[in-house]
Ligand binder design. Structure first.
Ligand code: GDP
Ligand code: GDP
Length: 461
């Protein structure tokens, strides 16, 4: 079985260039019969020792008649239906365009495994576009230059385990079927994947007006410095404030500062919703700040939901703790509500402090760093498959039309957030409730609190 990679994206981002680089001279046109609309090209791709099929969906753009949006929809549907992985390509020099956003949205809404790559990254002109790419909510983009052959090593690292998993799919099947159910070993949480310590840890502090976001940020980075602007150790740009915490670079999406600027131009209301989303998309870990004196309700939950949908890590920070007498009651209420209303992210750290007094705020950064580590974590394929066997043994997927549904193999597709693919010949018959069971079990077994976990079901023959 050959692994299929589909290259998706708007015109001119470099899809064909990438296709040609991967396929080289062995290019094969599948639909080049005269009179037949060429809707895609397929070829045998090679990257290092990896061999896989590459699909270039570029031809669809040439189809006449339909509106561009309809053709994009078609292109994406096709890619999703056929591919083991969709690679959404954008042009980092041009930055993120509305069409790129549209593609990203289509892909995020589908259940397809997708990876983001920014092309034309040679030289400096691509820097801003690469940063912007994060807002597409598809994780860290791979920086490529299809024309100059740069970034292919990163693409290799990402593809290698996936291609291998698909190729081993059938072998794994036999192994799982025949293997005796091993005794449950105590699974150690996998040694976390070392996050890139050079890249700044990106944080956003979000929450309803007046919960104390500005007060906290001033507390964290020092008010005077914020007012006087850039100086030693701190730089500001349009997106945020950069500083260092325990030798680690940190970048804070500064909604508070933006709001101050907005106040001057009286655009306060418009800013809050769009900016919360922008902040979440920018961040790796989001701090949802709430006011201890005001019960957790719909608006807070809405923000937490966005964090989950965008696949970010979450820390809940309860501010104004100085005004609370019965702390235990407040915590009990909050813990209960989070567990009930936000079951998709279990184990979110909750911390309490008084930003105004600067009391307890020192607990925040260590928790953020922990969630960030979990968000970056990788679990080995061996451990995953042993876990899957145990989880399925304890509680098998419901039979569909009288036949057993077997889950053959699992592998981690990516981190940030942890994302897994489970291969099954009847993938489409695994109900969402069973996926939730697997996610909860996985979270417990491997210790993955405070981050969304994604599981995709992939069909094997
Ligand atoms: P497609 O429409 O997405 O298939 O894009 P093409 O592959 O036809 O490329 C569009 C344009 O971008 C062409 O002029 C390519 O030469 C150019 N291009 C492709 N890759 C790169 C790259 O890595 N760097 C730069 N600077 N240009 C590139
Ligand atoms: P933002 O709208 O979320 O940025 O909130 P601000 O930082 O502007 O704070 C709103 C109000 O809450 C201000 O009057 C702050 O002084 C007050 N505040 C912030 N933190 C605390 C706290 O820890 N305790 C108390 N009692 N008040 C606070």
């Amino acid at each position: 079985m050959s692994f299929k990679l589909a290259i998706v994206g708007r015109p001119n981002v470099g899809k064909s260039t990438l296709f040609n680089r991967l396929v080289g001279r062995k290019l094969a046109l599948v639909d080049d019969t005269p009179g037949v609309t060429r809707d895609r090209r397929e070829g045998e791709g090679k990257l290092g020792d990896l061999e896989f099929t590459v699909v270039d969906t570029a031809g669809l753009e040439e189809a006449k008649g339909d509106a561009l949006e309809a053709r994009m929809r078609q292109q994406t549907d096709l890619a999703i239906a056929e591919a083991d992985l969709c690679l959404l390509l954008i042009d980092a020099r041009a930055g993120v365009t509305p069409l790129d956003r549209h593609f990203a949205q289509l892909l995020r809404r589908s259940d397809a495994p997708v990876v983001l790559a920014a092309n034309k990254c040679e030289g400096n002109a691509a820097h801003d576009g690469l940063v912007e790419a994060y807002e597409l909510g598809l994780g860290t983009p791979i920086a490529l230059s299809a024309e100059h052959g740069q970034g292919l090593g990163d693409l290799y690292d990402l593809l290698q385990p996936l291609v291998q998993a698909v190729q081993e799919g059938e072998i794994a099947d036999t192994i799982t079927e025949e293997a005796e159910l091993e005794d449950e070993e105590g699974f150690d949480p996998e040694t976390p994947f070392e996050p890139d310590l050079e890249a700044p840890l990106r944080i956003a502090v979000v929450g309803r007006p007046n919960v104390g976001k500005s007060t906290l940020i001033n507390q964290l980075i020092g008010e005077d410095r914020m007012l006087t602007g850039p100086e030693a150790g701190i730089t500001r740009d349009a997106i945020g404030v950069e500083w260092e915490w325990r030798g680690r670079k940190v970048k804070l999406f500064d909604t508070a500062g933006m709001r101050k600027r907005a106040r001057v131009t009286e655009k306060l209301e418009k800013l809050s919703v769009a900016d919360t989303l922008r902040a979440i998309r920018f961040a790796e870990v989001v701090v949802l700040m709430i006011d201890a004196t005001i019960p957790f309700e719909k608006q807070d939950l809405h923000i937490a939901d966005l964090v989950e949908q965008e696949g970010r890590g979450l820390v809940v920070a309860v501010n104004k703790w100085d005004l609370i007498e019965d702390g235990q009651a407040v915590m009990a209420d909050l813990t209960e509500k989070l567990g009930r209303l936000l079951p998709q992210i279990r184990g979110v750290p909750i911390i309490t402090f008084s930003a105004l007094a600067g009391k307890g705020t020192d607990k925040l950064m260590p928790r953020i760093e922990e969630v960030h580590t979990v968000w970056n974590s990788r679990v080995s394929t061996g451990k995953l498959n042993r876990w899957l066997e145990g989880a399925v043994g304890r509680h098998p997927p419901p039979a569909a039309s009288g036949r057993r549904v077997s889950l053959k193999y699992i592998t981690q597709v990516k981190s940030r957030p942890p994302t897994f693919a489970i291969f099954s010949s009847r993938a489409e018959e695994v109900p969402p409730s069973y996926k939730r069971y697997l996610i909860n079990s996985m979270r417990k077994t491997f210790g993955l609190p405070g981050v969304p976990i994604r599981i995709f079901m992939r069909k094997t023959k």
